[in-house]
Design a protein around this ligand. Structure first.
Ligand SMILES: Nc1ncnc2c1ncn2[C@@H]1O[C@H](COP(=O)(O)OP(=O)(O)OP(=O)(O)O)[C@@H](O)[C@H]1O
Length: 303
């Protein structure tokens, strides 16, 4: 399998603190890789190491199948990135800001119109950046990172601070990049809900360690459905089940079981009816992806 980004045992220590610990990132071409983890998990530190902005304490990084310590300049010339809030000249227009950067990069002038079109800022091209919304500023930042037509785009929390419509704008933009421009995108976030509709693969880090790395579908498979029993007199009904050796919880007037086969459901209903309770409903409740993410990062155990 060819990986665009591959790290081996990547680690970073700050004094006594292990910010990144033995990370094996595997990112394939054309993917939208959601790099997820709570605040302080080590995402920014990892991204900084990928971009050569920080030296790893140990471990290897290969990007485009090449060792970053050997081909640094060549590798970086094919990466676009947005780390932290981009800075602009507020009194200049979007076009003028991009023009200033274009001159440094030495790319053709036509590229400015192309990137403005990609991020849907063509109509705002001649407006001063100081009047831009946060979402527009983020899109301009992405436009700037696309100027040199990179093969790999790395975005560190690009939706941070955006309102829901700003998040949707960024999501729609990122979703188009692999299919329309053949790019591979790495996007970090501390909220799964922000990226679950665009990432094809997720890597979840917690306390510097990778605890899950696979497709979103594979992550959904970890969802354990709960079975909920709605009965009369739930507290007493729950005691009756516990007395019969059934492990269950009584929450908000309902009896909740984490794992429950059909046979067990039948057994529980039988016990409840025998003991004189009325069973109104038996429902299955699927865990949301966000619940799974929170569960994974709370436990900090690899699965
Ligand atoms: N330059 C530094 N010096 C010392 N400690 C640092 C430095 N940079 C990061 N850390 C520490 O390393 C840990 C990981 O931080 P990092 O910023 O990589 O996490 P993160 O997942 O990106 O979180 P956030 O979403 O809050 O940025 C944190 O405990 C942080 O305090």
């Amino acid at each position: 399998m060819e990986y665009i980004v591959q790290t081996e045992n990547l680690s970073k220590q700050f004094g006594k603190e292990q910010a990144v610990s033995g990370l094996d990132l595997k990112i394939r071409k054309g993917e939208i890789y959601g790099f997820l983890g709570p605040n302080g998990a080590g995402k920014t530190t990892t991204i900084r190491m990928l971009l050569g902005l920080m030296k790893p304490t140990s471990g290897k990084i290969k990007i485009f199948q090449k060792d970053v310590t050997k081909d640094r300049i060549k590798i970086l010339s094919k990466i676009g990135s947005l780390v932290e809030n981009p800075s602009y000249y507020p009194h200049l227009t979007a076009y003028e800001n991009l023009e200033a950067l274009r001159k440094i990069l030495g790319v053709p002038k036509s590229r400015i119109d192309e990137v403005l079109e990609i991020v849907r800022l063509t109509e705002a091209a001649n407006k001063k950046v100081k009047g831009f919304s946060l979402g527009m500023k983020q899109r301009l930042g992405i436009a700037a990172s696309l100027l040199h037509n990179p093969e790999l785009l790395i975005l560190d929390e690009p939706t941070n601070g955006l309102d829901p419509s700003g998040i949707i704008e960024i999501r729609n933009l990122i979703k188009r990049l692999p299919s329309e421009y053949g790019m591979t995108v790495v996007i970090s976030s501390h909220l799964l809900s922000e990226i679950d509709q665009m990432a094809t693969t997720v890597g979840i880090v917690s306390k510097g360690k990778m605890i899950f790395q696979d497709s979103i579908e594979a992550m959904r498979m970890h969802a354990q459905p709960k079975v909920i029993f709605k009965v009369n007199n739930s507290e007493q009904a729950w005691r009756s089940l516990v007395a019969n050796g059934i492990k269950a919880e009584c929450k908000e007037g309902q009896i909740v079981l984490d794992e429950c086969s059909d046979e067990k459901v039948a057994q529980i209903v039988q016990i409840l009816v025998q003991d004189g309770f009325s069973v109104y409903r038996v429902e299955e409740e699927k865990q949301s992806l966000e619940d799974i993410f929170l569960q994974m990062t709370a436990g900090v155990q690899a699965i």
